[in-house]
Design a protein around this ligand. Structure first.
Ligand code: A3D
Length: 309
């Protein structure tokens, strides 16, 4: 069985771990700094095996030695946003956490592929890339899958159809400047432009951009984790099964979309080597402008983080 380590056994991490074993994708090591907590959650999940019928194994630990030779590592450790807290407020704290984790993972699992979930996402990907020393194809950020899933759900609700019948892409930085692509929405494989009024579409675009904050405001203590975990697990699956599916992910750009040396949400093909290819899609001039704006905000924070690492 292949091995996946999930670092951070909080809401996103534990839900990822649960979904990975329930789907029998891999054996899982769930690691956290809190003593007993990952062990307790892992045992609880293991005790569901007879009922759920999965055969994958999960252990909880505080020791990186147990993560040795992992194939994929999902980094969910860090602080989650609280109401009123911006993703950028998390920058310094989570930079220190992700730096330490990336260095340890590189030591114990030098061939692994890293999926970063910790916010602020694009910046934490850059930190993990620098601190692991891995090839950029093996350090990938989860954000676009989630943002696109939210957009697809809102669209399907408006179109009164199944969410799986709607395809849509959200690119750019994971924050208020993200860019949902209105021109790329399809319903049953066909463009939807004639099915939604521009007012409705504008409302859904705006709701997508604020999707994370909507959940934070409702939960009051913490941020979304069911859909974020689903999104990270879809990426794990595409890598472990070499599915070569196209997903919007944060990737290090080197000239694509006119951008370089930043992690940014773009469509990529995910397979056994991590990012097999960065896909460049056609954009309207408005979308290009919005992506440039988004890139500037990511770049500003990457410049800030360079002084911290
Ligand atoms: P939470 O439930 O608080 O879990 C975080 C866990 O990390 C806690 O159990 C901590 O004990 C643990 N932790 C802290 N420091 C370390 C460390 N050095 N090593 C190992 N474990 C540590 O948060 P959550 O699961 O809700 O969210 C986790 C992260 O994911 C946050 O940064 C969120 O902002 C982020 N997140 C990102 C998205 C995206 O779409 C990018 C979505 C949802 C959450």
């Amino acid at each position: 069985m292949v091995k996946v380590t999930v670092v951070g056994a909080g809401n996103v991490g534990a839900t990822c771990a649960q979904r990975i074993v329930e789907k029998d994708l891999a054996d899982v090591v769930l690691l956290d700094v809190l003593e007993g907590m990952p062990q307790g959650k892992a045992l609880d999940i293991m005790e569901s095996a007879p009922v759920e019928g999965f055969s994958a194994k999960i252990i909880g630990t505080n020791d990186y030695a147990d993560t040795k030779d992992s194939d994929v590592v999902v980094i969910t450790a860090g602080l989650a946003r609280k109401p009123g807290m911006s993703r950028d407020d998390l920058l310094a704290k989570n930079t220190a956490i992700v730096s330490e984790i990336a260095e340890k993972i590189a030591r114990y699992s030098p061939k692994s592929i890293l999926i970063v979930v910790t916010n602020p996402l694009d910046i934490m990907c850059y930190v993990a890339y620098k601190k692991s020393g891995f090839d950029a194809r093996r350090v990938i950020g989860m954000a676009g899958v989630l943002d696109s899933a939210r957009f697809r759900y809102f669209l399907s609700d408006a179109l009164k159809c199944k969410a799986s019948e709607v395809e849509a892409l959200v690119l750019g930085g994971h924050g208020d400047t993200m860019v949902p692509l209105a021109e790329h929405i399809t319903f049953q494989g066909k463009p939807v432009s004639n099915k939604l009024s521009s007012d409705v579409l504008d409302r859904l675009l705006d709701r997508t951009r604020k999707g994370g904050a909507e959940i934070v405001a409702l939960l009051k203590t913490g941020s979304a984790y069911y859909a974020p975990a689903s999104s990270a697990v879809a990426m794990v699956k595409s890598i472990l099964s070499n599915e070569k599916k196209m997903y919007p992910c944060a990737a290090l750009l080197s000239g694509e979309y006119g951008l370089r040396d930043i992690y940014f949400g773009v469509p990529v093909i995910l397979g056994k080597n991590g990012i097999e290819k960065i896909v460049v899609v056609d954009l309207t001039s408005e979308e290009k402008k919005a992506l440039q704006l988004s890139a500037e905000s990511v770049k500003e924070n990457i410049d800030k983080v360079r002084t911290l690492i």
